[in-house]
Design a protein around this ligand. Structure first.
Ligand SMILES: *[C@@H]1O[C@H](CO)[C@@H](O)[C@H](O)[C@H]1NC(C)=O
Ligand SMILES: *[C@@H]1O[C@H](CO)[C@@H](O)[C@H](O)[C@H]1NC(C)=O
Length: 364
């Protein structure tokens, strides 16, 4: 029943979204922002040498040898890691676009925008790195549990009874340690020995992304005993739904800490001595963001003209803020929706199509 409800909701959303698509308001269904498996695993050595396998900072940074070796070994010996990392980056991208769908910067993956975003050290840059790194951790961990990656055992490090003695560790726990390590291997290794501010920020924000997964593991339990009685209960840990990770990182985005290079040349410190240093879980940035109000090639801002806004909201999605005071237009469109749906046992659903009028506000 739940599944079918979900499909239903999805189709309603799709139906509503169609007229907007034709207006060119949504990006093509791309793709990962930071991981490109084709470039990453290219056979050709010449290409391996001169190109970065990641679209990082919009330009091609030569890869360190160690990094190249490590990635190559994934490419040849464990292609499923690369596959899952790519899937993780896609999950991260999709979540970034969901979290920022009503903001001036909407996490567009258009190359002309995202390259510029990754070329700076702003909050937005921090979020993209963190959510990608969280996505890779999440995808690899999940794939591990479902047996899609070799040599990736269940997490059995937790065993014995719970602190209060009411249940026991058991089952196949999601192995977040492996997801964590692989995310590090793929996204961090190239920067590990660097101490420029950009690398330090990247490493910190990647770690924050992984921590968002690691520190939010859920407890899942199962009862054993006659006819559903819970004489014994075993529990294991499972990764949280990715939406929750996205929400959490969004909160971190809003509270991101501004930092500057420390005197030792190896660390970052708060830009004001009175502010407490960022924790591992916090996002950090160095450059102030621009306002993303108008199109600006240099900073990767696409501007908000043409964006849909909410005329009654006083928040960031409201027309006042989203349109940056330029004003907005009102338009009535007809959208098709499924309606009068009836569930027929079992398991079919019949709906009519209704034409609804919908008022749409668009930024000037
Ligand atoms: C983001 O906004 C730009 C315009 O500012 C628009 O072209 C694009 O389709 C939007 N992308 C998403 C994913 O909503
Ligand atoms: C617009 O914002 C108001 C107030 O925040 C909210 O109640 C309403 O659901 C929003 N409408 C849409 C279409 O998101």
């Amino acid at each position: 029943m739940m599944d079918f409800m979900w499909i239903l909701i999805m189709s309603v959303i799709t139906a509503v979204a169609v007229p907007m698509c034709s207006g060119g308001l949504t990006d093509p269904p791309t793709s990962q922002l930071l991981i490109d498996p084709v470039r990453m695993c290219r056979k050709n050595r010449r290409n391996m040498k001169d190109s970065s396998n990641f679209i990082v900072h919009g330009n091609t940074v030569g890869m360190a040898h160690r990094h190249r070796r490590k990635v190559r070994s994934f490419c040849t010996k464990e292609p499923e890691i690369i596959r899952e990392a790519t899937r993780g980056a896609q999950i991260g991208t999709a979540e970034c676009q969901f979290q920022f769908r009503n903001r001036r910067w909407n996490c567009s993956s258009q190359p002309k925008s995202i390259r510029r975003i990754l070329d700076r050290d702003t909050r937005e840059t921090a979020f993209v790195h963190a959510i990608t790194s969280a996505g890779v951790t999440y995808a690899v961990t999940q794939a591990c549990s479902s047996g899609q990656i070799q040599d990736c055992p269940c997490d059995r490090t937790l065993n014995g009874k719970s602190a209060d003695g009411t249940w026991e560790w058991g089952g196949c726990g999601d192995n977040v340690h492996i997801g964590y390590e692989r995310s590090k291997d793929i996204l961090d290794i190239k920067y590990r020995r660097r101490s420029d501010i950009r690398s330090l920020l990247l490493l910190h924000n990647n770690e924050a992304g992984r921590m968002a997964v690691k520190t939010n593991m859920r407890l899942v339990c199962k009862c054993h005993g006659l006819s559903g009685s819970c004489t014994t209960k075993t529990c294991w840990q499972k990764v949280p739904p990715f939406r929750e990770i996205g929400e959490m990182l969004k909160v971190k985005f809003d509270g991101a800490a501004k930092v500057i290079p420390g005197n030792d040349g190896k660390s970052i410190i708060p830009w004001m001595p009175t502010i407490k240093p960022p924790e591992k879980e916090d996002l950090v940035y160095f450059d102030e963001s621009q306002d993303f109000c108008r199109m600006d090639r240099k900073s990767g801002s696409l501007g908000t003209p043409g964006r849909q806004c909410n005329a009654t909201s006083i928040g960031v999605d409201g027309c006042d803020l989203l349109c940056c005071g330029r004003g907005y237009t009102r338009r009535v469109v007809k959208v098709k929706e499924y309606c009068r749906c009836k569930f027929q046992w079992c398991c079919d659903v019949h709906c009519d199509t209704c034409i609804k009028r919908k008022v749409i506000y668009t930024c000037r």
